[in-house]
Design a protein around this ligand. Sequence first.
Ligand code: SAM
Length: 211
Amino acid sequence: MDRRSQHRVQWVYSSQTNSELSQRYDEWAEDYDKDLSDVFGWIAPNAASEYLAKYVEPEAIVLDAGAGTGLVGVALLKHGFNNLTAMDLSEGMLKEARNKNVYQKFDQMVLGEHLDYLTDTFDAVISVGVMTLGHAGPESLDELIRITKPRGYIVFTIRTDVYTQNGFKEKQEELELKNIWEKIEVSDRFRPMPSGEPDVFHCVWVYRVRD
Ligand SMILES: C[S@@+](CC[C@H](N)C(=O)[O-])C[C@H]1O[C@@H](n2cnc3c(N)ncnc32)[C@H](O)[C@@H]1O
């Protein structure tokens, strides 16, 4: 195991503020794909994209929230999606995403804050590896729902420990109870980084926004 790569993952998890997190991702951006693919065996972009493709037509207008260097965009392109917006808090990560030539639009914004999109803008939202330690919290979901059209889909991965310990479980259940969205499917837990962090598990969650 490459210790420097392992260290970088712990380093971003331990960020105390969004500006620290953004700076750390800016610094990591150029090496991110190599570390995640070669060292960690990062499979979450493919896994989540399969779920989006199961429910959403490829012509859909899709937001990739926390797009990073664009690995989800690359995975979605294989399913024929070609109307993709990449949003992330790190300019450095978005710069790498631009080089992939799979997104039509790029926006630097912060999940958890107001998002500068009109209500009901997107047919679907996907977010992979962002609901994790030291990253976006459960309050981010309100804005993702606001900018998704009625009957649109929101697909995201969450670390299983973060789901139970950081308020996601309560938030997701509350949104269901209030009839704001409905749960369509949740995957079995899987190892998103089988070779780098074999003790970490994620699930993919699929919700549909209510009319
Ligand atoms: C582990 S990476 C995942 C990137 C990409 N989705 C993937 O699957 O490779 C997490 C990304 O989320 C972004 N991020 C973290 N917290 C965020 C927030 N509150 N708002 C927007 N982006 C955020 C980081 O800048 C980083 O690019």
